[in-house]
Design a protein around this ligand. Structure first.
Ligand SMILES: Cc1cc2nc3c(=O)[nH]c(=O)nc-3n(C[C@H](O)[C@H](O)[C@H](O)COP(=O)(O)OP(=O)(O)OC[C@H]3O[C@@H](n4cnc5c(N)ncnc54)[C@H](O)[C@@H]3O)c2cc1C
Length: 288
């Protein structure tokens, strides 16, 4: 059943202040509308749950990629195409560029935003594992000012997040690392393109003196939220990668994730793929 368009209202504020005023007025009434690539699917299916939308697309404060010495700050309205085209993103955060490249097709990449992907909060979304592996931090704004949240603490349950009424996601802050990282990103879906992930795996590591000096491992589609696997990371930290540490990491990951059977895949398949990807990542670390 398609939606009845006159039931909906979309307003375009002229400034950030105006947008925040609207979002604060009778809390919960107005919702942000960014690229619309998630919202329009719901509209088309007659399942769009809210009636009033604030078009945030023109808000300059949410656009652009800013590079400072310590951080790269990516505006929430940055599209997948912009992520892929930015030289610093390509050099330092290649997993985000890869996630962007594998998200939908060209039209979705031109219109879909990183902020929309985060706030839509699908456990199967493709950017979140890369953001978790890069220790991303979120900046949200409201009439009360700005606050920062570690991205690893943002998703609190299925489609639930640390975001209050009246708040907008303004930007994503990515800490820059002085030592080079080994990056490993894999999206496993039914097809190579235009597929929703069955498992999405992102990991980053630094090796020093043949030991794991730093490691981040994050997965999508294996729990109600995108998750960082800190227990698995702990089985590797300060150790050399060998058969024993690989076996121990596999055992820990198997207990740390909670895949389910659904229309896209089975628990068994997802678990097996996640463990195989972990092993492949660790084999690369060992070889490096
Ligand atoms: C054909 C197709 C293929 C797709 N393929 C993929 C894929 O491969 N991988 C993948 O991960 N996703 C995919 N998607 C989903 C979608 O494109 C992404 O999630 C996209 O990043 C959403 O961004 P948007 O700007 O379009 O969000 P919108 O649809 O505008 O908004 C999504 C949600 O986020 C909220 N929101 C948006 N921006 C903000 C903000 N700044 N502050 C607060 N709330 C905000 C909105 O209120 C809404 O609830 C696909 C979608 C389609 C239609």
């Amino acid at each position: 059943m398609r939606a009845f368009i006159p039931n909906y209202q979309l307003v375009t504020p002229q400034s950030l202040t105006e947008a925040l005023d609207l979002l604060t007025e009778s809390p919960g009434t107005w919702k942000p509308f960014a690229g619309g690539t998630d919202l329009m699917v719901l509209l088309e299916a007659g399942k769009l749950p809210h009636w009033n939308y604030v078009n945030i697309w023109n808000l300059e404060e949410l656009h652009g990629i800013d590079v400072s010495e310590a951080f790269v700050t990516v505006g929430a309205l940055t599209t997948y195409t912009e992520v892929q085209n930015h030289p610093v993103m390509r050099a330092e955060f290649p997993m985000l560029c890869q996630a962007a490249k594998e998200t939908g097709g060209i039209a979705i990449q031109n219109r879909g935003t990183l902020g929309g992907n985060i706030v839509n909060a699908s456990p199967a979304a493709d950017s979140p594992p890369a953001l978790l592996a890069y220790d991303a931090e979120l900046e949200v704004i409201s009439q009360a000012g700005a606050r920062r949240i570690q991205y690893s603490k943002f998703h609190t349950g299925y489609k639930q997040m640390d975001m209050r009424a009246g708040e907008l996601l303004r930007a994503i802050r990515l800490p820059r690392r002085s030592a080079p990282l080994i990056h490993y990103y894999r999206k496993v879906g039914t097809r190579k393109a235009q597929a929703i992930s069955k498992v999405c795996f992102a990991a980053a590591a630094q090796i020093a003196d043949r030991r794991v000096a730093m490691v981040r491992i994050a997965l999508g589609s294996v729990a109600p939220v995108p998750i960082r696997c800190q227990q698995t990371e702990q089985t590797l930290e300060n150790l050399s990668v060998n058969d024993e540490t690989i076996a121990s990491a596999r055992r820990t990951l198997a207990s740390e994730i909670a895949p389910i059977d659904d229309m896209r895949s089975t628990e068994r398949y997802r678990l097996r793929v996640a463990l195989n990807l972990l092993e492949d990542f660790l084999s690369r670390l060992r070889a490096s």
